[in-house]
Design a protein around this ligand. Structure first.
Ligand SMILES: Cc1cc2nc3c(=O)[nH]c(=O)nc-3n(C[C@H](O)[C@H](O)[C@H](O)COP(=O)(O)O)c2cc1C
Length: 215
């Protein structure tokens, strides 16, 4: 097989990231960009982000998860604590999350530390989920091998029967992580590959050092 993609080429021309657009706190720039992609660019699931962890096998692994909340403290997503990513975070809490919003020609890369959120916060979010998603969380030992699709569907049926018309408790192995950022980079595509890159790094005094990087 020999598929040459060398002529896939695009000029990025929609926006710029200039000093006047760069607040002292990167969470404020995140909020501005998120608002813009939500309201002005037709981006489906703009809260989908790539989460990278360093696995127990020593390899990095990326997968997409959904950002469910962000505050000045960090970025929250929900998952199975016993999944491959959960085990990786137990061993090494350094993670990276990133967003690529192609119709805005923007990328954000965030390095940080992942921590489990308080149980009552996970309870609150779990309760807000549709019943089907709650049952799905119960029925899936995420990242474990299962013999076939039927076995998975049978597990779901078992839980549907067990919790018919009953409140579904949050399984202890399912909950949220907050990624507390230590570095955030904002990338805005520009013509001729002369992109704007602004990097924030958290300092010991909790101020953010801001640098422009070459594209
Ligand atoms: C658009 C999209 C959203 C997803 N959202 C989540 C999520 O919020 N939480 C989650 O655990 N998995 C989510 N997944 C599935 C993960 O990408 C991944 O398959 C799963 O978490 C198992 O990963 P692991 O085996 O590396 O732990 C999503 C996948 C896609 C494509």
């Amino acid at each position: 097989m020999d598929n040459d993609l060398g002529n896939y080429r695009k000029s990025y021309e929609k926006n710029a990231l200039l000093k006047k657009d760069v607040p002292e706190n990167p969470l404020e720039l995140f909020q501005k960009w998120f608002y813009e992609i939500d309201n002005h660019f037709a981006i489906d699931e703009g809260n989908a982000m790539t989460l990278s962890t360093i696995g127990l096998d020593g390899y990095p692994k990326n997968r997409v998860v959904l950002l469910k909340k962000y505050t000045y403290e960090g970025f929250i997503f929900y998952t199975n604590y016993e999944s491959e990513k959960g085990k990786a975070i137990d061993e090494n809490s350094n993670v990276c999350i990133s967003f690529f919003w192609h119709s805005a020609e923007r990328q954000i890369i965030i390095k940080g530390k992942a921590e489990k959120i308080a149980e009552n916060l996970s309870d609150g979010y779990f309760e807000s989920r549709p019943t089907g998603s709650q049952l799905g969380a119960l029925a899936s030992n995420q990242s474990e091998i299962i013999e076939d699709r039927k076995a998975l569907d049978d597990k779901l049926k078992k839980f549907e029967k067990k919790y018919d018309n009953k409140e579904i408790p949050r399984p202890k192995y399912w909950g949220g992580y907050i990624v507390k950022p230590t570095e955030m980079e904002f990338w805005q595509g520009r013509p001729n590959r002369m992109h704007d890159r602004i990097r924030y790094q958290l300092q010991e005094d909790y101020n953010w050092k801001i640098d422009r990087l070459q594209p």
